[in-house]
Ligand binder design. Structure first.
Ligand code: FES
Length: 178
């Protein structure tokens, strides 16, 4: 605050008013202060957005590094012969799954509950399909789509990872577990 204004205020009030100390900004620089505050505000918002994005990115990297864990292991390599299957509990889901080994490095897995009325589907090596004995339903082993019978929805397909020491459950690839 410049001197003439200060003197005028002191003359009028007997002393410099408290508000003049708190807001000791000359009116000629009001716009500069506002602009400065605005830029500071933008900087804080940008910093907040950057930190939020960085947090999400770091977390996704951490989760990728963590998965899959040993608890997600379904079978060791070569535990299941080509053309054979294994039923298992889907890690973290409390739902049964069924895995079929179709080739040396080719495995498929599905939720084992039939999408009609939840009977467990079984692998039929002879017929090369997953069959539901309850009401004579059947699903394609390649992708789980309905071949015939009362089911209207495909089996939920599970995503697997073939690693050096075994086959791991990664997640649900398509559909919903019944
Ligand atoms: S429960 Fe599978 S066909 Fe009915």
């Amino acid at each position: 605050m410049n001197e003439p204004i200060k003197k005028r205020l002191i003359k009028k009030h007997g002393q410099l008013p408290k508000w003049a100390e708190d807001f000791s900004i000359e009116s000629s620089t009001d716009n500069n202060v506002s602009r400065r505050d605005f830029i500071r505000f933008l900087g804080l918002v940008s910093f907040g957005l950057f930190m939020g994005t960085a947090g999400v990115f770091v977390r996704s990297l951490f989760e990728q590094a963590q998965a899959p864990s040993m608890e997600d292991k379904i079978a060791g390599l070569n535990e299941i012969a080509v053309g054979e299957s294994r039923s298992f509990m889907i890690p973290g889901k409390r739902e049964p799954g069924i895995m079929v080994r179709l080739g040396d490095d080719r495995y498929v897995a599905y939720g084992q509950k039939c999408t009609h009325l939840q009977c467990p589907v079984l692998w039929s090596k002879e017929e090369n399909k997953l069959v539901c004995p309850c009401h004579n339903g059947a699903f394609a082993v390649e992708d789980g789509h309905v071949l015939y019978g009362p089911p209207e929805r495909p089996l939920p397909q599970l995503e697997l990872a073939v690693k050096h020491d075994g086959i791991y459950f990664v997640g649900v690839k398509s559909g919903n577990l019944v």
